[in-house]
Design a protein around this ligand. Structure first.
Ligand code: IPM
Ligand code: MG
Length: 355
């Protein structure tokens, strides 16, 4: 089985290197995987002017899954949009039709106090945000910046969802809920936006196939508030691309550190791209301080969902829990004034804990 490794920019290469070490250790222990690296994002723009070179697409197409680091950095923010690193990510999502983005927000007992919320509000939290990833205002046409007839400039984007796009993510949500606590909350803005009224109607229709799952609906502004007020009321949250982008960042902070959260982006065939939900963090890049655990946990998700290697995934997740139980912390999850370790040392610790 082949894994394409796209490290990208900023802290991407450092954190991905630690996940690669973990995967290589499993390979040395007999797991039948091999890794092939390719350029993406700003790193690819630097070499060939394209954030998703044809060669990278070829490597990904020949792989069974993609491990992705992070892309982006201030150096690239003034480039024409087509050459910005983020386009590498968006084009990969679209190319492989990775419509189902799983963003779990789980609070590790050892880190409950690292949240900016009270420990009792977040302790035991286990929430799954299922974000639709290939539609909505992110990809809707037309879009642009133009000059109107009156001579004034205006910017515009188009929010749109087709019925089939909503149906497939709704099915994913209900199926995910069946393996969890059996509750789906669909988040929309049906009081204002036609697209999301349609979203609500279609999700309600699909729900008829899942009488064993409880469905509720919530407006996105209320959902943003409820996530802070009482996050444990949620099991699965399903929502569109834009609301999911925002709510998943919010949910990540409930857990204490965005540096802990992996994600999976899957298509209908189970092919997937796996990445930490944090970004490229250019401010701390190259300093060996970033937390590699979200990427290491992304590798575990990759083994579980795309390669059907649950035992190997369990081993990685158990190793991460052991390292946390040992009290080892990168700066982002450490108590104020407590000792911290760096990116590579955290990788060493996970390797040692793999047993
Ligand atoms: C994310 C990121 C991306 C998004 C950016 C980098 C394009 O914020 O994965 O959440 O908006 O989807
Ligand atoms: Mg985001």
């Amino acid at each position: 089985m082949k894994i394409a490794v796209l490290a990208g920019d900023g802290i991407g290469p450092e954190i991905t290197a630690q996940a690669v070490r973990v995967l290589q250790a499993l390979a040395a222990g007999g797991l039948d995987i091999h890794l092939e690296s390719a350029l993406v994002g700003g790193a690819a723009v630097d070499v060939c002017g394209d954030p998703l070179p044809a060669e990278t697409l070829r490597v990904c197409e020949s792989a069974d899954a993609i491990l992705f680091g992070a892309v982006g950095g201030p150096r690239y923010d003034t480039l024409p949009r087509a050459q910005r690193p983020e386009q590498g990510l968006l084009r990969l999502r679209k190319h492989f039709d990775l419509f189902a983005n799983l963003r779990p927000a789980v609070v590790y007992p050892e880190l409950a106090h690292a949240s900016t919320l009270k420990a009792e509000v977040v302790a035991g939290l286990d929430l799954l945000i299922l974000r639709e990833l290939t539609g909505d205002i992110y990809f809707g046409q037309p879009r642009g910046i133009r000059t109107t007839e009156s001579g004034e400039r205006e910017g515009f984007d188009t929010m749109r969802y087709t019925e089939s796009e909503i149906r497939r993510i709704a099915h994913s949500a209900f199926q995910a809920a069946r393996k969890r606590a059996g509750r789906v909350c669909s988040v929309d803005k049906a009081n204002v936006l036609e697209t999301t009224q349609f979203w609500r109607d279609v999700v309600t229709e699909v729900h008829r196939d899942y009488p064993d799952v409880a469905l509720s609906h919530m407006y996105v502004d209320n959902a943003a508030m409820q996530l802070i007020r009482n996050p444990k009321q949620f099991d699965v949250i399903v929502t569109g691309n834009m609301f999911g982008d925002i709510l998943s960042d919010e949910a990540s902070m409930l857990t204490g550190s965005i540096g802990m959260l992996p994600s999976a982006s899957l298509n209908a065939k189970g092919f997937g791209m796996y990445e930490p939900i944090h970004g490229s963090a250019p401010d701390i890049a190259g300093r060996d301080v970033a937390n590699p655990l979200a990427t290491i946990l992304s590798a575990a998700m990759l083994l579980r969902y795309s390669l059907d290697q649950a035992a190997a995934a369990d081993r990685i997740e158990a190793a991460v829990r052991r390292v946390l139980a040992q009290g080892l912390r990168t700066a982002d999850i450490a108590d104020a004034g407590a000792p911290t370790i760096g990116t590579r040392a955290m990788g060493d610790a996970v390797l040692a804990a793999l047993g």
